[in-house]
Design a protein around this ligand. Structure first.
Ligand code: PEP
Length: 273
């Protein structure tokens, strides 16, 4: 597992390091990314943020990654970063694709895989998503595997069935011991302002952890971080983080506002742990 993942059974007896991850999507060019990361790092330093207690990672556009790497290295920042996608292939005639080898060479700790926008706008199937998980592993990058149901899925199958099926499909043939972060992101909650309830998210995340137990082992399930994503804000993060099977958040819109994202990272101030 990349970073410092451990196990978390409850906020009080935390044993998995929570991860707050910001997915910038197609926002901020390389110059803006430098200013943004600098200000975010200052803001977290001002509040004496302990990255060993809550890990922080950003997912800028590919064209920003070299700039972010240079800044992180020069200033010895503890902030992690990763790609928003990774090719299932390692090299070759795949115009526009980005190899995990290139992400790895830029110091990426993570790559988002199977985000719902990639699945719906770029037609990524579970098989392609699974191949991308394996590609990330080949290059020493930890995949942040996104899964989640649509409104129709929810109405037809209830909350857990589709995310559980997506997780099973993506993990076929995957050696998860190489490291995996799962992000449960209900499609209806992404960018809608309508987050899942913490109870609902917990129910699904618990079901996802049970899949990891079944496919691998309870030891691996205890060290696998499962994030919630979908309209996370500073006002609702603490309630999600109180749930025993939610180990962090994948944040879209709110990750583009430095003050708001820093407040999300510092959720323990609201949760009182
Ligand atoms: C996302 O796109 O991964 C996401 C969670 O977006 P938002 O936080 O804006 O709902």
């Amino acid at each position: 597992m990349g970073g410092t993942a451990m196990t978390q059974t409850s906020p009080a007896t935390q044993t998995r390091t929570p991860l707050i991850a910001g997915n910038w999507k197609m926002n901020l060019d390389h110059l803006q990314s430098i200013a943004f990361v600098q200000k975010l790092a200052w803001s977290l330093a001002d509040s004496k943020h302990d990255y060993a207690t809550v890990e922080v990672a950003v997912f800028p556009p590919f064209t920003d990654l070299r700039s972010v790497q240079t800044l992180v290295t020069a200033d010895n920042l503890k902030l992690g970063y990763g790609g928003q996608d990774v090719s299932q292939h390692s090299s070759g005639a795949f115009t526009g694709e980005i190899s995990g080898a290139f992400l790895s060479a830029l110091g990426c700790r993570y790559a988002i895989v199977g985000h719902s926008e990639r699945r719906t706008l770029h037609g990524e199937s579970d098989a392609v998503v699974g191949a991308k998980v394996q590609a990330a592993h080949r290059h020493g990058v930890v995949p942040v595997l996104c899964i989640g149901e649509t409104t129709e899925d929810l109405e037809q199958h209830g909350p857990s069935a589709v995310p559980v099926a997506q997780l099973r499909a993506a993990l076929e043939g995957v050696d998860a011991a190489k490291g995996l972060v799962v992000a449960y992101e209900p499609v209806w909650a992404i960018g809608s302002g309508q987050a899942a309830t913490p109870e609902q998210a917990e129910q699904v995340c618990a079901a996802l952890r049970a899949v990891v137990v079944e496919l691998y082992s309870s030891e691996l399930a205890q060290t696998t971080r499962i994030l919630y994503g979908g309209s996370v804000k500073s006002g609702n993060i603490a309630a999600f983080m109180r749930e025993p099977n939610i180990d962090g958040a994948l944040v879209g819109g709110a990750s583009l506002d430095i003050d708001e994202f820093a407040k999300i990272v510092r959720y323990q101030k609201h949760i009182g742990v």
